[in-house]
Write a protein that binds this ligand. Sequence first.
Ligand code: ZN
Length: 98
Amino acid sequence: MKHRYITQEIKDVGNSVICDVCSKDWTSSPVSGGFLFGSYAYCPECAKTRLAGIKQYREESHIRAWCPKNLSFSAWVLKLRAGDNRIIYTTYKTKEER
Ligand SMILES: [Zn+2]
């Protein structure tokens, strides 16, 4: 009989803001820019370098929001999280057991 094991690891990242694409730390940067592509926050740099590719694949509709000019990328990401700074890692394993 197959058994499915689901484990979750929850990490609270506090106020740190890391780009979901390049992993650069933007926590204390005042720079504005970037967008939310699906559930991924693209930093101001990745937003510039990756937008052409996104357009090429006609995936602009996945861009759910743009960072407003009056907010830094980090302030905007914190606002999007609305106090929920958890990253949840879910692992699925299927084992054959009796
Ligand atoms: Zn980036």
